[in-house]
Design a protein around this ligand. Structure first.
Ligand SMILES: *[C@@H]1O[C@H](CO)[C@@H](O)[C@H](O)[C@H]1NC(C)=O
Length: 509
């Protein structure tokens, strides 16, 4: 029921856009035909990861991309870079350039504009000890944990100091206000651009810092929100909560936010559900701000497609169904879903099929795009192989075909050149070397997109009328096991692969 409501609402909302959704695929109203992204996840100006491409290089790249049948780029309009000179001082020049030149080259853009890392003007001092739970300013706060730079393990949570996170608070009214203000500014500025397919309003959010590997969400405003969640859940009856938690709190306001992971602790189970709801509501507020500022473009959110971490305590609490529902409930339904899906490259690993991540995304009821997929020629999974670059190309090609033929409506390969200033594994995701000579994977990409372009030109219905065999096996995944999310993911994935090899089609219930 809720799924069809979302589909209905998204039809109403997109009726006026340049690229619209039609029969579950993108449709280019201007050209009167389907649009199947054959894309690159292209990082142009992202200072934090040392990727800074010059204007002449961008123009050169776009020309080469057109020759390679690429018709879409996923790009970053990073908040930290745009508003780095102070609040409300936006540096648009580079992004104006990018939008204009993409229009000129008929290159469609999926633009990431939602960031959990705020610009420098934000009140607070990330990385420092917090004197109390209100001492983070507009940033989130990590629970007691080792000093930054030391290894974080559940067993090491014996310190009594809270730390200010580098991630913004998802609950502080000021941080939400500033976040929405930026989103409205950027989407409003480019609302008439025909180059833009849609806005990616957030990427891989959650309560575990992607770089800090610490939990977030311990600041006072989040504690208040957690208290409200518990008050509602237990119908304002603290005895009821105490009997389940086996605690003797006098009131909901006195409840401590759990700090140490324990899969059997009902308090942890409640915390996980609060986190999922909270991140979903936060995302929905940003999506709504974009919808109000720009009625023209499609909206999405991009999530980790497969497995974020292998360890139970590291669950980041990013729930795709809750996010999609929260956006629809806020009156700003997502038109499609997006995942960054990286099948494993390790021989023998059961996650070498990406259908696990693809089927999981279908829980949203929305058509799904790959905002990223890729394979790194410098990954540990390549050690011992004679020709890592050739292997990278083959895996890339196979990943993309698996996606297109499993109902993914567009694919963006991560990424264009190899990148310095980042980890060994992250370095080699490019299909070009650091100084732009093509790697072997470039040739595989050329053949792949040439074939997809041929199909789109002559037989678009091969994609847009794909019909899937009915499912043979359903995997049951209720929210009651979310505190063991990572274990469930790993165990299910371990069964999924063999089932697929037996010729069975799997899905999630
Ligand atoms: C929290 O700590 C800051 C910095 O020491 C202080 O200014 C503030 O008054 C404290 N707030 C509370 C609620 O204790």
């Amino acid at each position: 029921m809720r799924v069809s409501l979302i589909a209905l609402l998204s039809l109403l909302v997109v009726a006026n856009c340049f690229i619209i959704m039609k029969d579950g695929y993108f449709y280019d109203n201007d050209k009167g035909k389907s649009f199947i992204p054959r894309g690159i996840s292209y990082q142009t100006f992202v200072q934090d990861i040392g990727q800074w491409i010059t204007y002449p290089q961008i123009e050169y790249d776009l020309r080469e991309m057109r020759k390679a049948n690429i018709n879409s780029v996923r790009v970053d309009f990073a908040w930290r870079d745009i508003e780095s000179d102070g609040e409300g001082i936006y540096k648009w020049e580079r992004f104006d350039f990018l939008v204009n030149i993409c229009e000129q080259y008929d290159m469609k853009m999926l633009v990431l504009i939602g960031y959990q890392w705020p610009p420098n003007y934000f009140l607070g001092h990330p990385g420092q000890k917090a004197a109390n739970l209100s001492d983070g300013g507009w940033f989130s706060i990590h629970p007691p944990s080792p000093a930054p730079g030391l290894e974080v393990l559940p067993e090491t949570y014996i310190f009594d100091e809270y730390w200010v996170s580098d991630v913004m608070s998802f609950t502080h009214p000021k941080s939400i206000e500033k976040y929405c203000k930026f989103l409205a500014a950027v989407s409003g500025r480019y609302k008439n651009s025909k180059a833009i397919t849609g806005w990616v309003v957030g990427n891989e959010y959650g309560f575990l810092g992607l770089w800090s590997f610490r939990f977030d969400g311990y600041e006072q405003s989040s504690l208040d929100s957690f208290h409200k969640y518990l008050t509602d859940k237990y119908d304002n009856n603290i005895q009821e909560m105490n009997s389940i938690w086996k605690k003797d709190y006098k009131s909901f306001d006195a409840v401590m936010m759990p700090i140490t992971y324990d899969r059997d602790d009902p308090a942890w189970a409640d915390l996980v559900q609060w986190r999922e709801d909270n991140v979903a509501n936060f995302i929905a507020q940003g999506v709504k701000a974009v919808r109000q500022a720009d009625p023209n473009h499609l909206l999405t959110y991009s999530m980790v497609g497969m497995i974020f971490g292998g360890v139970d305590w590291m669950y980041q609490a990013e729930d795709n169904k809750k996010i999609a529902y929260a956006c629809a409930a806020a009156g700003a339904p997502l038109a499609f879903w997006a995942i960054n899906n990286y099948p494993s490259s390790y021989p023998g690993n059961e996650l070498r099929t990406a259908t696990f991540g693809i089927e999981y995304a279908k829980r949203t009821g929305l058509p799904t795009v790959y905002t990223e997929t890729g394979s790194s020629s410098t990954d540990a999974g390549y050690i011992g192989f004679d020709d890592p670059e050739d292997r990278q190309g083959k895996l890339l090609r196979n990943n993309a075909w698996e996606a297109y033929t499993s109902g993914i409506i567009g694919v963006h390969i991560f990424t264009w050149p190899d990148r310095d200033y980042i980890t060994v594994r992250e370095y080699g995701f490019g299909i070009l070397k650091r100084y732009r000579e093509p790697k072997k994977s470039y040739q595989y990409m050329l053949e792949l997109f040439y074939q997809v372009a041929l199909i789109e030109q002559h037989l678009p219905k091969l994609f847009t009328s794909l019909h899937f065999a009915s499912y043979d096996v359903g995997f049951y995944w209720p929210s009651t096991v979310d505190q063991m999310y990572n274990r469930y993911q790993n165990n299910m994935a371990g069964i999924w692969g063999p089932m697929t090899r037996l010729g069975l089609r799997c899905r999630f219930l």
